[in-house]
Ligand binder design. Sequence first.
Ligand code: SAM
Ligand code: SF4
Ligand code: F3S
Length: 469
Amino acid sequence: MERNQVLVPQAELDRQREFETAIREMFSRREAHPVACVDTFGCQQNVADGEKLMGMLRACGFTLTDKPADADLVILNTCAVREHAEDRVFGNLGALTHAKKENPEMVICLCGCMAQEPRVSERIRKSYPLVNLVFGPHALWRFPELLWQVYESRKRVFSVEDEHGTIAEGIPVVRERGVKAWVSIMYGCNNFCSYCIVPYVRGRERSRDPRCVLQEVRELVESGYKDITLLGQNVNSYGNDLEMDYDFADLLAEIDRIPGEYRIRFMSSHPKDATRKLFDTMAASTHVARQLHLPFQSGNDRILKEMNRRYTRQQYLDLINYAKSVMPGLVLTSDVIIGFPGETEEEAMDTVSLVDEVGFDALFTFIYSPRPGTKAAEMPDPATRQEKQKWFDRLLEVQNARSAALHEQYIGKTVRVLVDGESDDPDYPLASRTDGNRLVRIKGGPELLGQFVDVKITASNTWALYGER
Ligand code: SAM
Ligand code: SF4
Ligand code: F3S
């Protein structure tokens, strides 16, 4: 796909800003003070999309609330990655359509990854007549126009066509207040892991221009954000589609030269594209956190092949050993799937043994969930839910013991943390994060929020560290 077909033309973007003005003026003529609620499910990529939706809504004249019942317009920004995520959305949709019977003027929108699945958009079309607007991630940048159509035509609007995918710059954003910010550096995925729905709903990989990314990070640092996460489904393939010799390590090195007191993180990385150059760049940087989220999914080579992951257990181990050798103290996290179709107990135990061997600081663990339309959903899956649950529990047991032991090693040490929130624990009222993104609950008052401080770790458990200044 040619680059100029991927970039949304400026004139089109300007047109969307005009729709925002038109909607704002419409409300002003009606002397209405509309309120909107964006309810986001799923990964950070979706959270970043939710911030753009809020930015566009504000430009349309809405104030924002986080209570759907108080809103004139509710957006469910959905996730399709597992069945459970979809079930939650349908549950919410049921409640909302009920609320709309009380308040018939309420506008209900469904967007995000589920909306891009034909199976879901058809179900909404047939069974949820009170939903006004349905659009997938490809149409996000056209939200003002779609919303205008809803208000103008009073008809239901669907924008869910399958596409390669585009890049739209300059969409207004409302960010969470505080010190953390998300920056998408690329969109889509080309990997087609056999269990995963993401490539079908997010389109092909496309990288933002490095100058736009650098400008955004610079502005964030200047406005006081201190913990910035670069996002992409596989940041390690950043730049492959740019018409220049430039990769993710080059981008990180350039970002690192931006002056200021801040941390840079990134997620996710795919082991097949992680390079020694990347780890060397991280090790030589000032601002890049010594933290790596490198999903391995399975510790068994046959399952990895069936998953279409394109690396072996040994290659994965070699990679992280290299990363640890250039970054001592590296904090390592990962994603794992138990119960892939056809997986045997022995194969699942290979995953458990890899977890034991590596000693991850934390793990995001999932039981396989069939996604209609993916290759794995067609594969025979003889193991029962109970068997898979048993393997999963074994995995958690090993990981929890590992996390607890790793956390215990911090006791007595002094670590630098960024205080990023308040906690509900009266003895440790503040929440903070180490460079490696470990949660540290600390004593102290709200004046510390947003600051980097040194704390001595005094206690720990499986999930958190506890400390004092
Ligand atoms: N692109 C990232 C990567 O490859 O690491 C993550 C994508 S996905 C949003 C996050 C995690 O969900 C995956 O790493 C995988 O462990 C899990 N996942 C994806 N599809 C799944 C499925 N069908 N069933 C269970 N877990 C799944
Ligand atoms: Fe899904 Fe694999 Fe792409 Fe990650 S790399 S989004 S797991 S297909
Ligand atoms: Fe879910 Fe879409 Fe993210 S499927 S995990 S919200 S990319």
